[in-house]
Every structure is written in structure tokens, then in C-alpha cells.
Design a protein around this ligand. Structure first.
Ligand SMILES: CC(C)(COP(=O)(O)OP(=O)(O)OC[C@H]1O[C@@H](n2cnc3c(N)ncnc32)[C@H](O)[C@@H]1OP(=O)(O)O)[C@@H](O)C(=O)NCCC(=O)NCCS
Length: 149
């Protein structure tokens, strides 16, 4: 598949397409809206998307700086009909490279139980093996070459 991840600027039409994707993939299936708190800090974050030839958003991921060293990977979503084709892995790899280039040395995520295996495949390990809440497990990975996760 030739589609490549691209950075998307906050507030632009592609950003709005990613918002819709976040709703469709992450919220609608659990009967929720995309809440104000889900998007309140969007303007501070790095947005990465993948689009098809019609510019339909098919995948996205966001990076939120937690401090000078650690970045939070969140809102990871791939459109149902495109799942299982390597798009999620491609988005995470792009996000990790971007985070590294921006000087972050560690990346973390709050993985849903159903996505635990996905992140584990990509080298993320559970932090203290503790669920951040009843639905999510905090997982992380070093961005320093050669370091242990
Ligand atoms: C989780 C999600 C982002 C994965 O994206 P994807 O494009 O389907 O994943 P990929 O095809 O890139 O998979 C990469 C590898 O992870 C594995 N994998 C993918 N999803 C998995 C899952 N839920 N559990 C275990 N392994 C998984 C794949 O089999 C693949 O392994 P391989 O390299 O050995 O073939 C996607 O399924 C999705 O959007 N799910 C719904 C929303 C969601 O749960 N988001 C994460 C919230 S924390």
C-alpha cells in the first residue's frame, strides 16, 4: 500500500477529517461522543494522518508532550475496513521518528486492553503491569537506540 503518514496542522480541513475518524473509530463504537476534554489540547499536539486517494482519512495518531523527555501517543485509530494491513504499525513508526526528531527520549501510551497486543508487537512494555484505569494499561518504549524498553 503506497499511502504514507503525513503531519496534519491543527484546525485545517485534514485535521477535521481526522476528528471525524477519531469519532467513528474510537468513540461511536462505545456509544460516546468525542468530548471537549478529548480535543481541548489538540492545538498543542502533533497530528499524524494517513489518507486514501480520495483524501478520506483512514488512520491517525496524536503526540502530546508530557514533559521535555516523554511524549504520549494517543487517539490511535485505523478505519475498520483498513485494519490489519500494517497501517497502525506505520503510523506508530512515523510518530516515534517524529518524537525522536523533536528530542523526546521516551514514548508512552494508555492502551485499551484490546490494543495491548498491538503495542506489545511494536516493542511497548507495560509499566509496572498496572492498568491506568479499569480499561487501559500504561505502556511505554525508549526512543534511545539500543536502550531496553
Ligand atoms: C489497534 C489498531 C490501531 C491497530 O491498527 P492496524 O492497522 O489494524 O494494525 P497493523 O495491521 O498495523 O498491525 C501491526 C501488528 O499488530 C498486530 N495487531 C494489530 N491489532 C492487534 C490487536 N488488537 N491485538 C493484537 N495484535 C494486534 C497485527 O497482527 C500485526 O502483527 P504482525 O506484524 O505480526 O502482522 C486498530 O485495530 C484500531 O484502530 N482499532 C480500534 C481502535 C483502537 O483500539 N485504538 C487503540 C486505542 S489504545
Amino acid at each position: 500500500m503506497k499511502m504514507a503518514p503525513e503531519e496534519v496542522k491543527y484546525g485545517t480541513p485534514p485535521y477535521k477529517a481526522l476528528l471525524n475518524l477519531r469519532y467513528e473509530v474510537l468513540r461511536k463504537p462505545i456509544g460516546m461522543e468525542l468530548r471537549e476534554k478529548d480535543t481541548a489540547l489538540d492545538y498543542t499536539e502533533h497530528h499524524v494522518g494517513i489518507f486514501d486517494s480520495n483524501r478520506q482519512a483512514i488512520g491517525c495518531v496524536l503526540l502530546r508532550p508530557l514533559n521535555d523527555h516523554v511524549v504520549l501517543l494517543r487517539q490511535m485509530a485505523v478505519l475498520d475496513s483498513y485494519q490489519g494491513k500494517g497501517i497502525g504499525a506505520k503510523l506508530v513508526a512515523h510518530a516515534e521518528t517524529l518524537a525522536s526528531q523533536k528530542g523526546f527520549t521516551r514514548i508512552e501510551t494508555r492502551a485499551r486492553k484490546t490494543a495491548y497486543g498491538f503495542y506489545a508487537k511494536l516493542g511497548y512494555t507495560a509499566i509496572d503491569n498496572v492498568f491506568a484505569d479499569e480499561h487501559t494499561l500504561t505502556m511505554g518504549k525508549s526512543l534511545t537506540p539500543g536502550a531496553t524498553p
